[in-house]
Design a protein around this ligand. Structure first.
Ligand code: PEP
Ligand code: CO
Length: 445
């Protein structure tokens, strides 16, 4: 069948909104389609080149951000805080892996969530589940839970505003290592890990000063960094709306983000999400969970990467610390036997979610680190390579995950639990994960 930006409509699409008014939906899709793109094709191609480098072992990828962005958080502090933790983690990873780090935010479009149940019941009232700010609203009334296509337009605008701010910050010296205020560990100062981090920053700063002293060159490239965007390409009318051809290039690009990924619940071989993604030129992420089989995975690679393009596919494994040793190796072997090169990443979050007796969703820091460390080791044993990590985090001082150097306990969770969906690592825990990865990589080099 020939592909087009709308050919996904001929397939079964799971996890989609049901809009009461199809005319209103068409109007919104058409409107978004007329607005300028959020990202450009050359940035998308640049990221694909960098992911290809990571797949060859020449770079490491850090992908991180909220489980779900909310429209309310489209404010300067949360965006700047998220950018800051991503930059700080990447610095620690550069130091630990001795490789360039490619930074990708779950940002500027991460507004749609797959849900395991279509409805939610509270005190005898059943309403549609909250599916992310791009689909409906979080409040528990019929009006707020109705699927509203105009929210896609609001999402496009919020994504544009977010990206505008990120671009300004990363271009305007926010990333400059000579500005210590951007690199200091603010409220984490009394964290048991703060001294280690400070050592890394000053060692890098000294190396930079040394290089500019002997070369006489103030490395301009070090004053700015690239931060790419990504989101789960779940709400297909939104993804379709920004998918277009650009002058002097062949094929279509989804210009709502650099790096869309297919979530675990929508990776059916004959489904609408696979159909949509096979036709766009962007590099693609595919979440790979414990239910993935070799045949299914190879089918996905054949459908989505018929040309075997370097950098095209990133497999983001999210097995859980207890499953990774049995579930990951057969898939790594299957990809290798098919003669394919992919970038393997580890998402140590989504296989380690648990619900406490009082109903709170959390994740244990130790399980997260355990899945990461096991994944590095397993890949090495298999003659493969773990080329990146995918983390749910926030730059704020939330209490959603248990553990870490400060020893957050179950009783602490209620203090600052803000996530509407999955529990995120807070600022300190995220930095600590980066340091644990760096320690692990250094220790095994
Ligand atoms: C997510 O990344 O937020 C998510 C829903 O992941 P998965 O599809 O792996 O469950
Ligand atoms: Co999540």
């Amino acid at each position: 069948m020939t592909w087009s930006p709308t050919s996904w409509k001929t397939r079964a699409a799971s996890q989609q909104a049901e809009y009461a008014d199809p005319v209103a939906l068409d109007r919104v899709v058409e409107q978004i389609g007329r607005l300028p793109p959020l990202v450009t094709s050359w940035e998308v191609e640049q990221l694909r080149t960098e992911l290809a480098r990571a797949a060859r072992g020449e770079a490491f990828v850090l992908q991180g951000g909220d489980c779900a962005e909310s429209f309310d958080d489209c404010r300067s502090e949360p965006i700047a805080a998220k950018l800051k933790i991503l930059l700080q983690m990447s610095l620690v990873l550069v130091h630990g892996t001795r490789k360039p780090v490619v930074r990708i935010g779950r940002i500027a479009g991460q507004y749609a969530k797959p849900r395991s149940a279509d409805t939610e019941t509270k005190a005898g009232v059943t309403l549609p589940a909250y599916r992310g700010d791009i689909i409906n609203r979080d409040g528990f009334t019929a009006e707020e839970r109705a699927h509203d296509p105009v929210l896609m337009l609001r999402a496009y605008e919020r994504a544009g505003l977010t990206l505008n701010f990120i671009r300004a910050l990363t271009d305007g010296g926010f990333a400059d290592l000579h500005h210590p205020e951007y690199w200091d560990v603010s409220f984490a100062k009394d964290s048991p890990r703060a001294a280690g981090y400070e050592r890394i920053v000053s060692s890098i700063r000294e190396s930079l000063d040394f290089v500019s002293a002997i070369t006489g060159i103030e490395a301009e490239a070090l004053r700015r960094v690239d931060v790419y965007t990504s989101h789960e390409a779940l709400a297909l009318p939104y993804e379709q709306a920004q998918t277009r051809q650009v002058p002097r290039r062949t094929g279509h690009y989804n210009l709502s983000t650099h790096f869309p990924w297919i979530g675990m619940r929508t990776a059916q071989l004959d489904g609408a999400h696979v159909e949509f993604h096979r036709g766009i030129n962007n590099p693609l992420g595919i979440k790979v969970g414990p239910a993935m089989t070799r045949e299914w995975l190879i089918g996905l690679l054949e459908a989505l990467d018929a040309d075997r393009a370097p950098g095209r596919i990133t497999l983001i494994a999210r097995m859980g610390a207890d499953n990774v040793a049995t579930k990951l190796p057969p898939l790594v072997e299957a990809v290798r036997s098919a003669g394919r090169t992919v970038l393997w990443m580890c998402d140590p979050m989504h296989g380690n979610t648990e619900t406490l007796p009082q109903g709170i969703k959390t994740r244990r820091f130790d399980k997260i680190v355990e899945e990461l460390e096991q994944s590095f080791t397993l890949h090495t044993q298999l003659g493969s390579r773990l080329g990146g990590v995918h983390i749910e985090l926030t730059g704020e001082d939330v209490t959603e995950c248990i553990g870490g150097a400060r020893g957050l306990a179950e009783v602490d969770l209620e203090r600052a639990y803000k996530s509407r969906v999955d529990p995120r690592l807070n600022y300190e825990q995220a930095l600590e994960v980066a340091m644990r990865i760096a320690d692990h990589v250094r220790g095994t080099r």
